[in-house]
Design a protein. Structure first.
Length: 147
């Protein structure tokens, strides 16, 4: 599944960069996040959480690793997660550009592959649930950065 979008954030580019590269700041906006542990600062962290697909609630553990950090403009990360009988691999990128000194355009993309029980049970709902979670996440990010 491929996702991408652009988000205008009323905050300076350096502030947006600092937020997105701080796992605890981003984690505060991640729907379903239960815990986050930094394993290697500025390199790798582990998250535990849950996500619902209709009546099915899935608990997962994922390791997230930065592949590329080019402050304050570009970052790429990969994630590998597991849930009972399922696995998820994702690569996500963000590109920041200042549209003015106080506004930043965030272009983001993600490629997500899910296999196992979740993929077979929730395949029809996966796209809409993922888009809803992304919307909730970016609404929170905007509130945090624009306040």
């Amino acid at each position: 599944m491929q996702l991408k979008d652009s988000v205008m954030i009323a905050a300076p580019q350096e502030r947006v960069w600092a937020f997105f590269t701080d796992p605890h700041a981003v984690g505060a906006c991640a729907p379903g996040l239960e815990s986050l542990e930094v394993l290697i600062p500025d390199e790798k962290f582990e998250v535990k959480g849950s996500v619902g697909f209709g009546a099915v609630q899935v608990h997962f553990i994922a390791t997230v690793e930065w592949l590329e950090l080019e402050p304050p403009e570009r970052a790429t990360m990969k994630a590998h997660g597991t849930a009972p009988g399922s696995a998820m691999d994702a690569t996500a990128s963000l590109v920041l550009r200042a549209s003015s000194p106080e506004e930043t355009v965030l272009d983001w993309s993600a490629e997500v592959m899910v296999s196992g029980t979740i993929a077979s049970l929730a395949s029809r709902m996966m796209g809409s649930v993922t888009k809803k979670l992304a919307g909730t996440f970016f609404d929170c990010v905007k509130r945090e950065l624009e306040s």
